[in-house]
Design a protein around this ligand. Sequence first.
Ligand SMILES: NC(=O)C1=CN([C@@H]2O[C@H](COP(=O)(O)OP(=O)(O)OC[C@H]3O[C@@H](n4cnc5c(N)ncnc54)[C@H](OP(=O)(O)O)[C@@H]3O)[C@@H](O)[C@H]2O)C=CC1
Ligand SMILES: O=C1O[C@H](COP(=O)(O)O)[C@@H](O)[C@H](O)[C@H]1O
Length: 499
Amino acid sequence: MIPATNQRPPATILFIFGGSGDLNLRKLTPALYNLYLDNYLSDRFSVVGLGRSDYSDESFRERLLEGVQSFSRRKNGPDDIWASFSKTITYLQMDAADDGAYAKLSEYVSAKEEEWGVQANIVFYLAVAPQLVPGIATNLGKLPLCCEKSRVRIVVEKPFGHDLKTAQELNNLLGGLFAEEQIYRIDHYLGKETVQNILALRFANSLFEPIWNRRYVAYIQITASETVGLEGRGGYYEGSGALRDMIQNHLLQVLCMVATEAPISFEANEVRNKTVDVLNAIRRIKPEQVNEVAVRGQYGPGQKDGKSTPGYREEEGVKPDSKTETFAAVKLFVDNWRWEDVPFYLRTGKSLPEKATVITIQFKPAPYYAFPEEATNGWQSNRLTIGIQPGMDIRLRFQAKRPGQTLAIDPVEMVFSYKDAYEGQEPEAYETLLLDVMTGDATLFMRADQVEAAWKVVTPILEAWEAETPDFPNYEPGSWGPEAAAQLVEKDGFSWMMK
Ligand SMILES: NC(=O)C1=CN([C@@H]2O[C@H](COP(=O)(O)OP(=O)(O)OC[C@H]3O[C@@H](n4cnc5c(N)ncnc54)[C@H](OP(=O)(O)O)[C@@H]3O)[C@@H](O)[C@H]2O)C=CC1
Ligand SMILES: O=C1O[C@H](COP(=O)(O)O)[C@@H](O)[C@H](O)[C@H]1O
């Protein structure tokens, strides 16, 4: 988390494997640039992008400047700021499969430390496809400097493994090479301001917690919908799908924030202990229940914004008979005293009508209603909606009497909007998380057991889906997914909520 005071990290060398890739272009360099603008980086900071592509330092910086101009929340900082920031960036051409090349990293560290006259913290950021992670980690683990636990960290991007087995194997491998406190398993949803604010809303107020349980809550929904299709990421997504790409990590972590018991401190392991308890309490889905509680979909060809748009199977890097789901919805229960029998509905998908991530906490109806039935607008009146993005807000919906001589009761809303309440822009998730890595705060990162517990939740669904051939494609681009997704909540008497 961003420190309360402008506490800057010590001298740092950040190596980004996948420096020439999309994540660095869109997210990592823009985040570092914003940290630099806000004076959060050390005066002794150096970032080294690695990849097989052929760049000079200069051409690499030019490419990253394009990324900043397209994707940074602040695109137009003064030119001299970019000029001074970009001096921290270098490029090292290297094939990660070349075991002999890793000595160059130690040489770079020694040279920098000599130039600076101080010892630096070293961060290895693995922004590469999951299959490259074991090889890179093994080679890094052999570098003598990686034994220096207090100053060397490794960041591993999601998805962490492909399933429970490969995640366990990766955890074992990393555990043999690094101490747990050196390993940062990143899930960028935990770096989002609005996700972090769930803990503040719940545990810095006395107002909500007394009603945040099965006695008052009817159901909880978490939707992360995207309008985009694949955007050239077919090679990665085809081997992943919506359940692995979004639900196993981002949405389950959001669920943990909503459902967790109060931590007694914000020390990293205390928060992680509490959230892993939630994952472990999620009711195991039996194979024969999968079709009742999980829905998958894949968009076909169609019209979006008045234009023809290809179906998933026509996208680059996708098999013509692909079984990969681009939409997933699940119904889960958290078996504990607080949440027994409260359904948690999670859904996510590509090519949906809106880009939005929203949490809905629907409260039960008032126990007795003295008002005439015709005076009111239904029972779903008390609802708390937490807008994660793009609308960053919290909406409390309650019943009010409409002014006038007839008795009419309608739902109204009290709205807290970040935009109205705070001046300036909020930091992007990767700004927060990169700063946390540099300052050594692992609170917002996954521990080995959390990742494995999250895989256990989705494993029965993955296995059942693997064993069956779905009837794909089954939803129109620009729609809210397959019909079965609506039925998942409607059969319980509810409907999907976005506001
Ligand atoms: N893109 C995004 O918005 C997000 C991505 N992520 C995660 O980040 C990771 C990277 O994704 P993304 O950046 O999109 O992928 P890209 O395909 O754009 O980038 C892959 C990178 O890996 C490098 N690479 C591949 N093979 C080698 C090799 N043998 N040696 C050295 N470098 C190699 C490529 O460099 P080169 O070709 O030059 O060798 C390239 O820089 C994935 O795990 C993804 O899930 C997570 C959240 C969002
Ligand atoms: O990790 C991922 O997240 C993005 C969505 O992130 P958001 O911050 O824009 O909500 C998703 O598009 C991508 O498929 C997935 O890999």
